[in-house]
Structures are given as structure tokens and as C-alpha cells.
Write a protein that binds this ligand. Structure first.
Ligand code: XIL
Length: 390
């Protein structure tokens, strides 16, 4: 017997959660996706939400959900709790309570934390007050102060506890590849100086951290302008000497038909060309938010799960082929709590099945597909060293 079995550990983990402690990790568990990822020099993780103790939410405080995290994850990311909308009730105040709780849980459970995000560069994702904020007589100075203070305050608070930040989230408009403007960026003199300032401030305050630009340009048809816009932005960062270490590839995948193999062979060429150009600029890669929108698929859950799994496998086989990919994070572990159901329900009313575990926390074929893709991925050395000093 090699210590506790996985089942014992899960039960132990759930019990500890009920007692208010963090769940036990599952050392050496053959079945853990993170353990598997480590054998390839990567990490596996998930988004986690804040929720009241023992609530039916995708939270660490839900023993069922915590058991999934304990089983599979080595790194977590707050689904919403580190965003401006959560941290900044007003221009002069911060509310760290919920994100602090996530970070404390991670420390107790010996999980790494990704920081998501230091600015989500779209008006609709900023707090309402930021869009109507009075930037005063010297708007440039006030905007730079507001953004700089926000980043310094957040990054200082967590110090070396967070070694990975999505500094800027989704700055490129997928419709035409241009950069969004917000009230803040207009005051500051434009989107580029705003994004540059965000990265420079993060680097100065957290020289230890890997700094990521995170976006959802994907491999499906219709994302050509989005991908081109992201490439332009990344070239611009390099040309201006902005300290950006990696591209976060969100990976909110969308199936485009029942023949997963045909979809993969149709899209992989464009996807490889995109990733080739990103890595040629010296950027690392992180799969930051993997899940699957099961569009254009039959409602039958068995058939759907099979196609989703094959599609995910095809995507990861291409993407993890890049040794620059250091981490794979999914955007939630269970269909029970996935954001996709609220964001874009299926037209036929069938419940979405976007994640690795079903609504009763049982593993789905997509979980096996992720495990198989990790097993098939080439081993890599951890990518920390590729961080560029600029
Ligand atoms: C989503 C959350 O999952 C939702 O709960 C919230 O209402 C909106 O944001 N890209 C990102 C994530 O970078 O922060 C988003 O998370 C999903 C898309």
C-alpha cells in the first residue's frame, strides 16, 4: 500500500473542508491531472469561485467542488474575485475579502494561484464608476494614477504568493482587430499607453512574476481578425520593449459540427500559423480558460460528450505540441457551475456540458481526453526561465 488511496484522500479532503480546513492534496495520485501534467513539465488547474461555506457553488468552500480541485489541480485562478468589478467598489476603496479567502484556501491546500486580471480592457467589464469617473483637469495624470495605484496595491498585497498575472485581459475587439478604448484609456492618451503602463507597473512591482496578455482569439473560423489583432498587439509590445512574457490562450472552444476530426484538420493549419508567430516573437504560452461550447451537436449527452472529448483532444494535441505551453487551466471543473450555461445557453434548451465533470461530479470523456492529451504531449522544461528581462 502506497499511502492513502485516491478515494480515501477525497473523503478525507471533503471531511477537512467540512471541518473548515483545506482539503488534503493527493500526493502522487496516478489519477491527478496535475500530477500527470508535472510529468511533462506543465501544471494543471482550474478557475474557482468564492461561495459561502458548504454552498452549492463552484467554490472551494463547497466540499464536492473542493474534492475535484484536490484531485486534479496544482494551480487555481479566481473566476471573478480579482477583477476590478469585484475589488473596486469605488475609486477610493478596495474590497479584498473574497479574493483573500481564495488565496488563503490555496495556501492551505498548497496550490499556486494565477492572478486574473489586473485590467480587463473593455468598458463593459470595468466597474460602472470607472466609466463615469471624473478624470479632472489633468486627466492623463489621474488615469495613470488610478491604474498604477490599482496594480501596485493588488500586486504588493500578494507578493510572491502570486507568480503569474494576466496583466491585461481581452483588449482586442474581435470584430476588426483594433484595440478597445475605455474612459480610462481615453483619459490616459489611448489604449496602447494604457496597456503598456499596466505591464510596466506590474513588472516594477512584481519582478518575480510572469506577465501574461490573455485573450480568447480561438482557432475556429470567424476569429481571423481577432488573431490578427492580437498578433499586431504582441508585435507592438515587442517593438516598444513592453515587459510581456506570455500569451494566455483562453481556449473557450466552440464545436462547429459533429465530425470532430474534420473540424480539427480544417482548423489546425491556421492555428499553427498563429502560434508559430507568437512563439517566434519569444512569448511563452498558457492555456488559461479551457472549456467547450457544444454548438451544432446532437442533444444526446453521450454523443455530445464523445464529440466534445474528441474535439478537445484534437485541440490539445496541436496546442500542447508547443513546448512553450507551461500550464493548462480549465474555466471550472463541473458542468453544474459552468458560466457557459448563463452566457450562451443552447438553442434547443439542453443543458450545456462544457467541462470535465458532469453536474453530479462524475468524470466525463472530456476529462479522459485531457489526460490522454497530456500523456501524449512532449515533455518540456518549466518555462519560467524564458521570462525576458527588458
Ligand atoms: C467570466 C465568469 O466566468 C463569469 O462568472 C462572469 O460573469 C464573466 O466573466 N474570459 C475571461 C473570464 O477572461 O474572466 C470570463 O469569466 C470568461 C471569459
Amino acid at each position: 500500500m502506497q499511502g492513502p488511496t485516491r478515494r480515501d484522500s477525497l473523503i478525507l479532503g471533503a471531511g477537512l473542508m467540512l471541518a473548515g480546513a483545506a482539503p488534503a492534496r493527493v500526493p502522487g495520485a496516478q489519477d491527478s491531472l496535475d500530477a500527470l501534467a508535472r510529468t511533462r513539465g506543465m501544471r494543471f488547474g482550474s478557475a474557482v469561485a468564492w461561495g459561502p461555506p458548504r454552498s452549492d457553488t463552484g467554490s472551494f468552500a463547497n466540499p464536492n467542488y473542493a474534492a475535484l480541485i484536490a484531485r486534479d489541480c496544482g494551480v487555481i485562478v479566481a473566476e471573478n474575485e480579482m477583477k476590478w468589478q469585484a475589488l473596486r467598489p469605488s475609486p477610493t476603496t478596495f474590497d479584498f475579502a473574497r479574493f483573500d479567502a481564495i488565496v488563503a484556501y490555496a495556501a492551505a491546500a498548497r496550490l499556486a494561484v494565477r492572478g486574473h486580471n489586473l485590467i480587463w480592457h473593455q468598458p463593459k467589464w470595468m466597474p460602472h464608476w470607472a466609466e463615469s469617473h471624473d478624470y479632472g483637469a489633468t486627466p492623463k495624470r489621474e488615469a495613470a494614477r488610478l491604474l498604477g495605484d490599482h496594480i501596485r496595491t493588488v500586486v504588493r498585497r500578494y507578493g510572491t504568493r502570486i507568480a503569474d498575472y494576466d496583466v491585461v485581459n481581452e483588449a482586442v475587439n474581435p470584430a476588426d482587430g483594433t484595440l478597445y478604448e475605455t474612459t480610462l484609456s481615453r483619459a490616459l492618451g489611448g489604449a496602447e499607453p494604457t496597456l503598456d503602463l499596466a505591464f510596466r507597473t506590474a513588472r516594477a512591482e512584481a519582478p518575480h512574476a510572469r506577465l501574461v496578455y490573455n485573450d480568447y482569439m480561438s482557432w475556429e473560423p470567424g476569429n481571423e481578425r481577432h488573431r490578427a489583432g492580437v498578433l499586431r498587439l504582441l508585435h507592438g509590445f515587442r517593438a516598444r520593449g513592453v515587459p510581456v512574457d506570455a500569451l494566455g490562450v483562453q481556449s473557450h472552444l466552440i464545436t462547429i459540427g459533429a465530425d470532430a476530426r474534420a473540424s480539427v484538420s480544417r482548423m489546425q493549419g491556421d492555428w499553427r500559423r498563429f502560434l508559430d508567430e507568437v512563439v517566434a516573437m519569444g512569448f511563452g504560452l498558457v492555456v488559461t480558460e479551457l472549456d467547450v461550447r457544444d454548438n451544432a451537436l446532437p442533444a444526446d449527452p453521450v454523443a455530445r460528450d464523445r464529440i466534445v472529448a474528441d474535439y478537445t483532444r484534437g485541440y490539445l494535441d496541436v496546442t500542447l505540441g508547443y513546448q512553450q505551453v507551461s500550464d493548462i487551466l480549465v474555466w471550472g471543473m463541473s458542468d453544474r457551475y459552468s458560466w457557459i450555461e448563463g452566457f450562451e445557453p443552447r438553442a434547443d434548451g439542453a443543458r450545456r456540458r462544457p467541462t470535465l465533470y458532469d453536474t453530479a461530479f462524475a468524470p466525463k470523456p472530456m476529462r479522459a481526453a485531457v489526460a490522454d492529451a497530456i500523456r501524449a504531449a512532449p515533455a518540456r522544461t518549466p518555462q519560467r526561465s524564458e521570462r525576458r528581462e527588458i
